[in-house]
Design a protein. Structure first.
Length: 131
């Protein structure tokens, strides 16, 4: 197996682990799957595979993946938006703690991303890393 495929294989393994633990949610492996509009959803997308700059040979030193959680909200209800934001934040914290992920970036909110026919989603995103 090539070193590049380890990055891709780990992605699929992480998705399977999340699916086993959080099977009641849609698990999206790409932005395209997330855009299909099935919510609430947990997304785990490919991030980057960093390599050692000191080596003349390709030597991966860190893999990162984008972890996010989203749910649809009623655009006409400010309380629904807040409730979904809070629920999704709790879910993301739970995933990070339960799966014992190392977080590389702050938890960032995502609000009012329009998809499909007038559906809006809210959620949170972060980057997890593996050395």
């Amino acid at each position: 197996m090539s070193v590049t495929s380890n990055f891709l294989k780990r992605h699929l393994n992480l998705v399977a682990e999340i699916q086993a633990e959080y099977g009641e949610y849609v698990i999206a492996k790409s932005e395209t799957e997330l855009a299909m509009g099935n919510f609430p959803a947990i997304g785990l997308f490919l991030g980057s595979c960093q390599h050692s700059k000191e080596s003349i040979k390709y030597a991966p030193i860190q893999d990162s993946y984008i972890l996010c959680v989203f749910d649809a909200y009623d655009m006409d209800s400010p309380t629904d938006l807040l409730a979904k934001q809070q629920t999704m934040f709790d879910l993301l914290e739970d995933i990070i703690a339960k799966m014992d992920y190392n977080v590389l970036t702050d938890l960032e909110p995502a609000v009012s991303i329009g998809i499909d026919a007038g559906t809006f989603i809210t959620g949170w995103t972060t980057t997890i890393t593996f050395n």
